[in-house]
Design a protein around this ligand. Structure first.
Ligand SMILES: NC(=O)c1ccc[n+]([C@@H]2O[C@H](COP(=O)([O-])OP(=O)(O)OC[C@H]3O[C@@H](n4cnc5c(N)ncnc54)[C@H](OP(=O)(O)O)[C@@H]3O)[C@@H](O)[C@H]2O)c1
Length: 240
């Protein structure tokens, strides 16, 4: 049984998959959650084939009961939670007059509400880990749009600003008990999410998912005295 355990949401591709692999390398047992079961099973099989201790839990994080299912399955398999990575997210562009209510709600639910619910549902296990080693970690994937909003991506930007604010609040509320939170705020990363823009910005000119994973590896190594509230990732020439 792994001595440390983690949950990663949105773990079936892109940033979440790279972070899950890094956590495997660091010896964590990992519950990998994402929406589409087949894609998730493929990702989990890849890590398991490399010898990592992983389980797949397919879940739509827009649904409260499915979040509870992920946390319960994790507790059942590993019995502890040292690192929670709230990474699942979607972005749907629209001008304000064209915002579709269903897509508005989806972005709010997946990008922001799910993070709130994952903290609540995981709190007991995070507190137990913090009581043991004072270094429980929650990583929330925001975006550079969570620092500087974009028109057309206004709803996405608002949810990602919400993630930064929520992370700040959690550091005030839970930091003293040894649960540290960090918001990741990247510009374009080469993942399926940015396929729509690759005609204009080449994949090679984007940040790599592994770059983000390395920043989480660094967070694992910081002392209990060190909180990193957010990390921004720009590309050369990106203006803030
Ligand atoms: N790529 C970028 O340039 C960039 C920049 C800044 C921030 N981000 C953020 O990074 C995070 C990861 O995105 P990515 O770039 O790695 O894209 P990605 O490869 O498309 O990954 C998104 C992940 O989230 C999962 N997901 C989506 N909706 C879900 C739902 N309702 N329930 C459970 N899982 C769901 C996806 O699973 P399914 O495929 O099964 O839906 C997939 O595993 C997102 O929060 C995104 O906003 C990305």
């Amino acid at each position: 049984m792994a001595e440390r355990a983690a949950i990663v949401t949105g773990a079936s591709s892109g940033i979440g998959l790279a972070v899950a692999r890094m956590l495997g390398e660091e010896g964590f047992g990992i519950t990998m959650a994402a929406r589409r079961p087949e894609k998730l099973e493929g990702a989990v099989a890849g890590l398991a084939a490399d010898g990592f201790d992983v389980q797949a839990v397919a879940a739509n994080v827009a649904d409260e009961a499915e979040i509870q299912k992920v946390v319960a399955a994790h507790r059942e398999r590993y019995g502890r939670l040292d690192v929670l990575v709230n990474n699942a997210g979607i972005g749907v562009g629209a001008t304000v007059g064209e915002i579709d209510t269903k897509r508005l709600d989806m972005q709010l639910d997946i990008n922001l509400r799910s993070i709130v619910l994952f903290y609540r549902e995981s709190l007991e296990m995070l507190k137990a880990a913090a009581a043991e080693h004072k270094n429980a970690l929650v990583v929330n994937t925001s975006s550079i749009s969570g620092k500087r909003a974009e028109g057309w991506l206004s709803v996405y930007s608002a949810t990602k600003h919400g993630v930064v604010g929520w992370t700040e609040a959690m550091n005030k509320e839970l930091g003293p008990s040894g649960i540290k939170s960090t918001a990741l705020c990247p510009a374009f990363v080469d993942t399926p999410m940015t396929d729509f823009v690759k005609e204009h910005v080449a994949a090679e000119e984007m940040i790599r998912p592994e770059d983000i994973a390395e920043s989480v590896r660094y967070l694992l190594k910081t002392s209990p005295a060190c909180v990193v509230p957010e990390i921004m990732f720009l590309r050369p020439g990106d203006a803030l």
